[in-house]
Design a protein around this ligand. Structure first.
Ligand SMILES: Cc1ncc(COP(=O)(O)O)c(C=O)c1O
Length: 473
């Protein structure tokens, strides 16, 4: 069936194939969307009345009314009393322009050893879709309302139980707060501690980048605390005047050391002594290869340790769910800060994460990824042994990154720049040092989570060329 429809504009040829009313409705919607996207129907242009179009096409008026209603809801059309139905002014700009997957910008580097990126191609999308479907089936109507303070109750139960079981934590749902990731959690904690009179926070050096800037945003001074082969130096922390410290104890970012048992005890004693808090970033605790799992510090001193976690490394950073296991003294403050600064995390996704964990699919994914990362880590070790036999890799027992120690006196920045010239991205240890505090030996932080084995070998070959070039010092 073909109809030449004459509107205000140049007119539109609509062709529909006969089918069921449902198929006809879908066809009509798609034809109109395409006409708007391609400019065949222009912004402001008036559409025929529903009765008129139904008559022309020989279809029921209800079908046209439903089609207009759908396109109105999608933002393609506007409808005003007295002027009928028109194409929305910004319809072309706002309309979803394609149904094929959206391309992300192509990578700038052939090999990117950036720290902290999990294997994005292995994100468990199918399991996540299953979990969302299951969550939608289970969801009470109230789920679509405002988030209960602290987050979805079922997810909080599941997270706390998981933490007790897998990380020897001492968490309870009552003191578990859902966030949109670690970074959100950290901002809530720092803002709340500032309210509790904490004015200075210790940060590992070398340590995660940007934490000093985050602390500053919340009016907190930050002091760098050096890290050695046992983790953060507690004596230096004691001397710093800080009353809180942010740590990555399971696999220190970026050196990869695990906090030693002695330091764990010293830290807890320090926190008691200064009436302070340890903020434990549980990042990387899930992936370990040659050593026994290390329990959460929070399990040792739940009144003093605020444990923060997220699924950014275990599932994918794009999922954006994290949590806080809070000590009793600050839980109300955290809940208040959260309520004042956000309305929480997406409800269905929270329930989906609970379902993923309850169903065993989360653990299955972790087991699979542990193997993937171990194979990549071994490929890195082999490539360094082959191409850079004189250099040492450290921090290999867990996680998705290691540190390649450069010859003492090597110019780290020159190596990084020369590698980038050859399309290999890597950061120097210096990028993670605050105010030049912490051991200054040169090194490269090699993230291998999102780099496959052949890319690892290619990248290491380039690094070997660059490092052996006498011009790199
Ligand atoms: C040290 C560290 N902790 C935690 C995270 C996870 O942050 P988020 O959950 O906000 O993605 C990252 C991300 O790269 C990180 O580098």
């Amino acid at each position: 069936m073909t109809v030449q429809w004459k509107g205000d504009g140049p007119g539109l040829l609509l062709q529909l194939d006969r089918g069921t009313p449902r198929q006809l409705g879908h066809q009509l919607q798609e034809k109109l969307r395409t006409a708007i996207r391609t400019g065949a129907l222009r912004p402001g242009e008036r559409l025929p009345s529903s009765r008129g179009l139904a008559d022309q096409l020989g279809i029921s008026r209800g079908l046209v009314v439903d089609t207009y209603a759908q396109l109105y809801a999608e933002g393609y059309l506007v409808s005003e009393v007295g002027s009928g139905t028109r194409v929305a002014e910004r319809a072309e700009a706002t309309a979803p322009a394609r149904t094929t997957p959206v391309d992300h910008p192509s990578p700038r580097f052939d090999v990117d050893f950036e720290y902290g990126i999990p294997d994005l191609a292995s994100a468990p999308v199918r399991d996540w879709v299953w979990a969302l479907g299951d969550a939608a089936r289970l969801a009470p109507a109230t789920l679509m309302g405002d988030e209960p303070d602290r987050g979805d109750p079922r997810l909080r139960e599941v997270l706390a139980a998981y933490h007790r079981r897998v990380r020897a934590g001492a968490s309870v749902a009552e003191r578990t707060i859902v966030t949109t990731g670690f970074r959100h959690a950290l901002t809530l904690v720092l803002a709340t501690l500032a309210q509790h009179g904490v004015d200075c926070v210790g940060l590992e050096s070398p340590g995660p980048r940007d934490h000093d800037r985050i602390a500053e945003r919340f009016g907190l001074r930050s002091v760098p605390v050096p890290v050695d082969e046992e983790g953060v130096e507690v004596a230096a922390l004691s001397a710093s005047g800080a009353r809180a410290v942010v740590l990555t104890p399971a696999h220190q970012c970026p050196t990869g050391v695990a906090l030693s048992p002695g330091r764990r005890q010293e830290l807890v004693a320090w926190a008691e002594q200064v009436d302070g808090f340890v903020i434990e970033d549980e990042y990387d605790s899930e992936f370990r290869y040659d050593r026994q799992p290390v329990g959460s510090l929070q399990g040792l001193a739940p009144e003093r340790v605020i444990a923060l976690g997220s699924v950014s490394k275990t599932l994918a950073p794009g999922i954006r769910i994290g949590w806080i296991f809070a000590p009793p003294t600050i839980v109300d403050g955290l809940v208040e800060t959260k309520a004042l600064t956000s309305r929480g995390a997406p409800a269905l996704d929270q329930l989906a994460l609970a379902r993923l964990m309850e169903s065993g699919r989360y653990d299955r994914h972790l087991r699979r990824m542990r193997t993937t990362y171990q194979v990549r880590r071994d490929a890195l070790i082999d490539a360094v042994n082959e191409h850079l036999p004189a250099l040492r890799l450290t921090g290999l027992a867990a996680g998705c990154h290691a540190v390649l120690r450069l010859p003492s006196g090597a110019d780290e920045a020159a190596v990084v720049a020369a590698a980038a010239q050859r399309s290999v991205a890597v950061r120097g240890l210096g990028d993670y040092r605050m105010d030049d505090v912490g051991a200054a030996e040169p090194g490269l932080v090699m993230g291998f989570g999102n780099v496959n084995e052949s890319a690892i070998r290619r990248g290491v070959r380039v690094l070997a060329d660059v490092i052996s070039d006498p011009r790199q010092g």
